[in-house]
Design a protein. Structure first.
Lengths: 249, 942, 290
């Protein structure tokens, strides 16, 4: 049955660094490319050259403006794909067992040949991680590139999700959250990895690293002031100082 | 019932074969792995071994598969059958196409070669296209640099022998503070993203200076939302603060720059403002050890920054003295510039202080011994880990040259150029201005031009002027209106050709430049110029030949179309003779090769050009017996030698004792070897030669070996630019080459040999109350100019472009997201949808560039959102500034380099009712390739 | 949520049909013959058309049988079982009653129970979804039961029962409408929690990931007709409850009874349209929409 596994052996997932993501959409298209050619049905596009192009994507980059109380507004780029939740509601609602969470690594997948395309899993997902492909009539979602990460036809260094491999800024990290010493566990611990919509109780595996504090020098003028202690206020004084300074070289 | 997980093949076959070539989804030139299945392109990813992108790839690159298969691809040569602009064509054979082209061009070459204007756009084969134009004999050749970032490139070359992007990059491994000014996000896009990621992972800080906080500025730790066009003032305020605090690298300035060079400081002297030189022309300095007057490069000296001497009654001071006098002036104090720049004085100070702290408190020291050009050996390499980067944001203003100079001077004052942690050159740069050619314009009918078209003037004597003082070139490059227009002025060609000013031309030959749309200022005007007829009913610009791979807007305006291939179907070389893909630690070049053969009757433009050259009998493309010298571009890449031993590709040449790099004879197996090696060749610089390159004899010798120079050419950085002073001096009335009187005052002012700031021209010429708002464009990272809109995947990301308004202006005009506004400039008006953006300079509006499309172009539906909602800001920008009192109209360009001043635009915003579509709306063009399919289910493998 | 006609038809018709079957099943003195045949045809017809309609929104209706497999975890699977067994048992009951002329009361009671189980499972498909706070509430199943039983009673001609239940359904519906407006806020999900950026300042959606639409926006962010929401709610209540009650309380003849039925069904359709159209999915937060 598609009840969730009690535990999974590994907890594979992503860390997404909101401090570093420049919003370039590289991950979006690498994902589209890989998953169009691989895992299951291609990600189709309707009216691709027309007035209302609509296609299936498994990863999309939003952007948000944050207005702090007393600082300039900030812009945060925000990639979003399946979070491979520990308590994934999309799995338990599935009537056919097509939607399942793997015991070995926690990846949430759709077995497309069992999917009836009822859409309920997408309804149950708070994150918009699932999209019903209009051409194929089955639910598509991030597979964490399950056909890359174990793929023996790929060199070992390429056995990571397409989005991670392509990310130019290195804002995406892939690893095993069940291992406290993994890169992702450590990054998440060091940088305060966040859950999205924790109040919905889905226990996402993917973590988001919050942006670091910004625009802090406004208030640090005094701290920095010694670095601009004048040696002179006009040219003559400066040249005098220069002469002395050159003696010391 | 236990759940049985389905059988899952976690090791499916990825592809039959990987073919490695170079991306062309933008100008970044990343290496790509093209996965093939059944002979078709199945998937594209970054090449991990490639020096540019090291495996990563941007959205455009990954979407290449949709570009390669785009329905907008042209299929065969086309001859226009309807009126210009209609898009009505008939397909013809290549033989007929060449026959038509030759019938127009051969008579021109025989009588008046200048009547051919050959201009290329985002061309990565300028070494060939310029060579062809030179062989044809026309002086009228350039690529798109003039409307792109020539200010940055030229200011960099004149100041320090290179600029950003292709010339150099931050030392990402060591820098501790990265400051980025206005950058088009597709310029060096992956390397910058990789660099930012790298330094952020190290905890280093990023400062973004940009009116708009998107992209790189969104991840900046500190954002400086500067008022457009005031960057120079802000930079000079930082210079003011750093000088005042003595936070400059004195040792570096003394050794490696012209700060100690003695300058004639007597206004009454004939040579006022010129360097004191030795009899053999070398600038002189005072040696601090011996107090003697010596040539700057004398071995063993320590040039004195406070040097001064009185000679023949004339006072000479070191350049440093002049700089102190100039920049310590209170006009550059933070308080004096704060309001104009839109940055509080305290914040300018804090930024300067942090730059100073990192530069001088946290130096990077590498234990690498090296010897400088004065023969002194240094045990270590000491660097200032503050790195800068900038592109169009500061470049595309009419004060851009001086602003870019200011930025380069700032880096140099900090000792942060070519030192660890700072900015580093990529071979073949650094290269001083003297090592570049000067512009050539000697026309002889029936014979080649007397040398390369483009180059760097060193004084008024190098301008491209006829004896009567009129311009030789159709674009008026290298004239008193813009003396240092090193990349030409493509944005002026159509307007000048239409006006017959300075003369009429016969044939306009363009490649890969969407001049009838987003690549032109004044788009509506240009469309009209291209279709205007004279009193006889003939087109004012008689013939237009165009080469493009896709059904762009420009296609509709040409009489003859030479259809290009897609980037996966072609040969190319990214050459040391042009703009290679080198890294600071190595020289690298690369190729493209047909990883798939075209399934249409198209040819790579370069091959077509070579074949046309042979048909015209151009000397460099024809053997003595009249036969074609090269079969196609691949043949040319391998066998052409620009000078003995130096060809388009540096890798795997044939030396006397086997294969060699740099200098060597052609090698028939060269392309095959490139392909086997991933499509590129890298030669690493020895570690001891990797920094201090302009002065490091290790580097100089290595560069000679590679063929970049014929002999070592060490030089010092030009904080004070004597060539610029020469033009100013001429404007003051000195010398035999004199500017026209109406330009004297302007030249005196802008041709300041030390960086200055002046208000961008449009701002001074339009009524600030009527047009109070700055308007800019940016390129989305996922789109490259117009190319992205034909791409089924990318156009879903950016299918329409709103005008982004800051919160203050939204409130002021009572606008909400989705409302429409009339945006007017002194030149025109558009009606467009608006959206609010808070992280934006409060007096600036902006939109994404080149999303808007003409109906019928790019094989899109005529109701595509690009055509109905999307818009171009270009309609608001003219090639010329508004008329002045004296009836003269100045080009809307930088007065020094002629760079198109796109970002000077000032506008007015008014709320308006929603029209049915964005305005102005243009009549549709007929698509010569039909329209794309209704659905895509792209999967190559079965 | 996108008010898909197939799902509106399904829940409306099958709710009424199952409600009618319930009353037919528990009737201590059921009519056989043509009268019984007519009632059962109507009930099975509505339920059957409803169930058939529900398959129209499937991407792969031919695989619908697979939906029986996950009854241990999935409400949708349970619904499939409940619906199928309800139809089977009630079919058998009707066969005995009409064809054989035998009233097997136990079968009727069991069938009636299964009918209500079907309505219950259907309602739980919606009520279980935390992502749609308006649905995720005990009142959702109550509303479904009340409407099914009330409508069924109306169709079955159980006038007094119908009066009571339709009045009850109207009350529950009104409560569900207006109290439901608070639920999204009560659930606590905001653009701040959705992005994790809420503690840094006020968060506003800037550029969406795509300038056109997509499956998520079409399916979950339905904003058409929102401004007429209150009007439509009153229309729904008027047609579903007020008008039928007025007619029933005046002891109607057949024609008026048919008008009462049609009015009620129309009211339920409007209610169901609003059920979807006014339900806000939390994913809208990512798009700055609700």
């Amino acid at each position: 049955m598609t009840s969730l596994p009690q535990t999974t052996h590994r907890k594979l997932g992503l860390v997404i660094d909101l401090d570093t993501c420049v919003g370039c959409h590289a991950c979006v298209i690498a994902c589209k490319g890989w998953n169009t050619e691989n895992y299951g049905a291609p990600l189709s596009d309707q009216d691709p050259y027309g007035a209302d192009p609509v296609g299936t994507f498994l990863n999309r980059v939003h952007s948000y403006e944050v207005q702090p109380a007393a600082a300039p507004a900030q812009l945060v780029h925000f990639p979003k794909s399946c979070l491979h939740c520990d308590d994934a509601p999309c799995v338990t609602v599935c009537p056919t067992g097509a939607s399942y969470k793997r015991v070995e690594d926690g990846i949430v997948l759709v077995n497309e040949s069992d999917c009836i395309g009822c859409g309920l899993c997408a309804w149950s997902c708070p994150y918009g991680a699932r999209e019903l492909d209009a051409a194929e009539g089955v639910m598509k979602k991030c597979t964490l590139c399950v056909d890359r990460i174990y793929n023996e036809n790929l060199p070992e260094e390429d056995r990571e999700p397409a989005c991670v491999r392509t990310c130019p800024a290195g804002a995406r990290h892939f690893g095993d959250f069940a291992d406290p010493d993994s890169n992702v566990s450590k990054l998440s611990a060091e940088r305060g990895g966040m859950d999205l919509m924790p109040e919905l109780g889905t226990k996402p595996v993917n973590k988001y690293l919050p942006p670091k504090p910004k625009d802090t020098w406004e208030g640090e003028v005094d701290v920095l002031a010694p670095w601009l202690e004048p040696v002179a206020t006009e040219a003559t004084g400066f040249l005098g100082w220069l002469d002395k300074a050159l003696e010391k070289i | 019932m236990t759940f049985q997980p389905p059988e899952l093949d976690t090791s499916p076959k990825v592809s039959d074969e990987i073919r490695k070539t170079t991306c062309y989804m933008c100008a970044c030139r990343c290496g790509i792995d093209v996965h093939m299945k059944d002979g078709k392109v199945a998937y594209i990813e970054g090449n991990r071994d490639h020096p540019v992108n090291k495996g990563v790839l941007c959205a455009k690159g990954s979407a290449g598969i949709m570009q390669h298969n785009a329905p907008s691809r042209l299929r065969a040569p086309l001859k226009r059958v309807g009126p210009r602009g209609s898009g009505e064509f008939e397909e013809i054979s290549w033989d007929e196409a060449f026959e038509i082209a030759a019938s127009k061009l051969a008579p021109l070459r025989a009588k008046s070669p200048e009547k051919l204007a050959f201009f290329t756009g985002r061309d990565q084969s300028q070494s060939l296209t310029s060579f062809w134009a030179q062989s044809f004999g026309t002086p009228n050749y350039a690529a798109h640099g003039g409307f792109c970032s020539v200010n940055m490139a030229t200011a960099g070359i004149y100041t320090m022998g290179g600029a950003f992007w292709e010339f150099g990059q931050p030392d990402w491994e060591h820098t501790k503070l990265f400051m980025i000014f206005g950058v088009a996000e597709d310029h060096d896009s992956n390397p910058i993203k990789m660099g930012i990621g790298k330094i952020k992972a190290r905890g280093a800080k990023v400062i973004g200076v940009n009116p708009i906080r998107s992209g790189y500025n969104a991840v900046a730790d500190e954002w400086v939302g500067i008022t457009p066009g005031t960057d120079g003032l802000f930079i000079l305020a930082m210079v003011h603060e750093l000088l005042k605090a003595g936070r400059i690298d004195l040792d570096y300035l003394a050794r490696y720059t012209n700060a100690p060079v003695l300058l004639d400081c007597d206004p009454k002297s004939e040579d006022f403002g010129m360097f004191l030189r030795s009899d053999d022309g070398k600038p002189l300095v005072i040696d601090r050890k011996t107090k003697e007057l010596v040539a700057f490069d004398t071995p063993g000296i320590m040039p004195d920054l406070t040097g001064h001497i009185r000679r023949a009654g004339v006072t000479h001071h070191a350049v440093m003295h002049q700089m102190a006098e100039k920049y310590l002036d209170p006009q550059y104090a933070p308080e004096a510039v704060a309001e104009r720049c839109g940055i509080p004085a305290a914040r300018i100070r804090a930024l300067a202080a942090e730059v100073a702290r990192v530069a001088f408190e946290e130096p990077v020291v590498l234990d690498r011994e090296w010897t400088d050009f004065r023969g002194e050996t240094h045990k270590q390499m000491v660097g200032r880990p503050v790195a800068f980067h900038s592109m169009r944001g500061i470049s595309a203003h009419s004060n851009g040259f001086q602003t870019c100079r200011a930025l380069h001077v700032l880096q140099i004052l900090l000792g942060a150029v070519e030192t660890p942690g700072g900015f580093r050159f990529k071979p073949p740069y650094p290269k001083p201005v003297e090592a570049h050619p000067k512009p050539h314009c000697g026309v002889t009918p029936g014979a080649p031009l007397d040398g390369p078209h483009l180059g760097f003037v060193q004084g008024p004597e190098d301008l491209a002027l006829k004896p009567d003082g009129s311009p030789v070139r159709i674009d008026k490059a290298f004239t008193w209106e813009n003396p240092m227009s090193a990349h030409g002025m493509m944005h002026m060609v159509i307007a000048n050709a239409h006006a017959g000013d300075p003369y009429k031309i016969d044939t306009l030959f363009l490649y890969m430049a969407n001049m009838a749309w987003n690549s032109s200022m004044n788009t509506s005007g240009v469309m009209k110029m291209l279709t205007d007829k004279d009193e006889n009913g003939d087109y004012v610009i008689p013939n237009i030949i165009y080469s493009d791979a896709y059904s762009s807007e420009m296609v509709a305006y040409a009489d003859l179309i030479l259809p290009d291939t897609t980037y996966l179907e072609r040969h190319d070389c990214i050459s040391m003779l042009d703009r290679p893909i080198s890294e600071p630690d190595g020289a690298a070049d690369a190729i493209r090769w047909p990883v798939v053969e075209p399934d249409r009757d198209v040819r790579g433009f370069q091959s077509a050009l070579i074949q046309l050259g042979a048909k015209l009998g151009l000397p460099h493309f024809t053997n003595e017996d009249g036969s074609a010298k090269y079969a196609d571009y691949a043949d040319y890449i391998v066998n052409h030698e620009r000078k003995p031993g130096i060809g388009p590709l540096a890798g795997w040449r044939m030396g006397e004792e086997g294969l060699t790099t740099g200098r060597g004879a052609p090698n028939a197996a060269q392309l095959k070897t490139y392909i086997e090696n991933g499509g590129f060749s890298v030669t690493h610089i020895p570690k001891e030669a990797a920094y201090f390159k302009p002065w490091n004899m290790g580097y100089q010798d290595w560069a000679v070996g590679m063929g970049f120079y014929d002999a070592p050419a060490p030089y010092i950085f030009q904080l004070y630019s004597e060539p610029v002073r020469k033009f100013q001096r001429a404007a003051e009335g000195i010398g035999e080459h004199q500017p026209p009187d109406h330009l004297r005052d302007r030249l005196k002012k802008v041709m300041d040999p030390l960086p200055i700031w002046y208000e961008p021209f449009e701002g001074t010429m339009v009524d600030p109350d009527r047009y109070p708002v700055h308007a800019l464009t940016q390129r989305p990272m996922a789109m490259y100019h117009s190319w992205g809109s034909q791409n089924a995947w990318l156009r879903q990301l950016h299918g329409r472009n709103p005008l982004y308004l800051p919160t203050k202006l939204m409130r002021e005009h009572n606008l909400s997201d989705g409302d429409w506004a009339r945006v007017s400039s002194a030149h025109g008006e558009i009606i467009v949808p608006v959206m609010e953006m808070a992280a934006l300079n409060e007096n600036t509006v902006w939109t994404w560039n080149a999303i808007g499309k003409r109906k019928g172009a790019w094989a899109l539906d005529k109701d595509a959102p690009e055509a109905t909602d999307g818009f171009l800001l270009n309609h608001l920008i003219n090639e010329l500034l508004p008329p002045r009192g004296d009836g003269q109209r100045w080009a809307n360009s930088d007065p020094i380099t002629g760079q198109a001043a796109w970002f000077d635009l000032k506008v007015r915003i008014e709320k308006t009712n929603a029209p049915t579509e964005s305005q102005p709306s243009k009549a549709p063009q007929k698509s010569p390739v039909g329209q794309g399919p209704k659905e895509l289910r792209w999967k190559v493998g079965k | 949520m996108h008010p898909a006609p197939s799902i509106i038809a399904f829940t409306t018709l099958s709710g009424l049909g199952l409600g009618l079957l319930f009353w037919l099943g528990i009737d201590p003195d059921p009519s056989g013959g043509w009268v019984g045949f007519t009632f059962f045809t109507l009930a099975f017809g509505m339920t059957g058309i409803g169930l058939a309609a529900s398959t129209f929104h499937l991407g792969h209706p031919e695989r619908a049988l697979k939906a029986f497999s996950q009854w241990q975890s999935s409400w949708l699977s349970r619904e499939a079982w409940a619906a199928a067994s309800a139809m089977l048992v009630m079919g058998l009951y009707a066969f005995c009653l009409i064809v054989l002329g035998v009233h097997v009361a136990v079968l009727g009671w069991l069938g009636a129970l299964l009918c209500m189980a079907t309505v219950g499972t259907t309602s739980m498909i919606y009520a279980q979804l935390k992502t749609i706070p308006r649905w995720h509430h005990w009142s959702t199943p109550v509303l479904f039961f009340a409407l099914s039983l009330g409508g069924g009673a109306l169709l079955a001609g159980k006038i007094s029962m119908a009066i009571f239940l339709i009045a009850l359904a109207g009350g529950v519906q009104a409560y569900w409408f207006w109290q439901g407006d608070l639920r999204f806020g009560d659930a606590g999900a905001t653009i701040g929690t959705a992005t994790g950026l809420g503690d840094r300042g006020s968060v506003r959606a800037f550029e969406p990931p795509h300038t056109g639409t997509n499956y998520l926006l079409k399916e979950f962010v339905y904003v058409v007709g929102r401004k007429h929401g209150d009007k439509l709610r009153l229309i729904s209540l008027g047609l579903m409850t007020v008008l039928p009650l007025m007619i029933l309380l005046t002891n109607p003849h057949h024609l008026m009874a048919i008008i009462a039925v049609l009015s009620h069904v129309t009211g339920v359709v409007v209610s169901r349209w609003l059920f979807f159209a006014q339900a806000e999915h939390v994913v809208g937060l990512y798009y700055g929409k609700r």
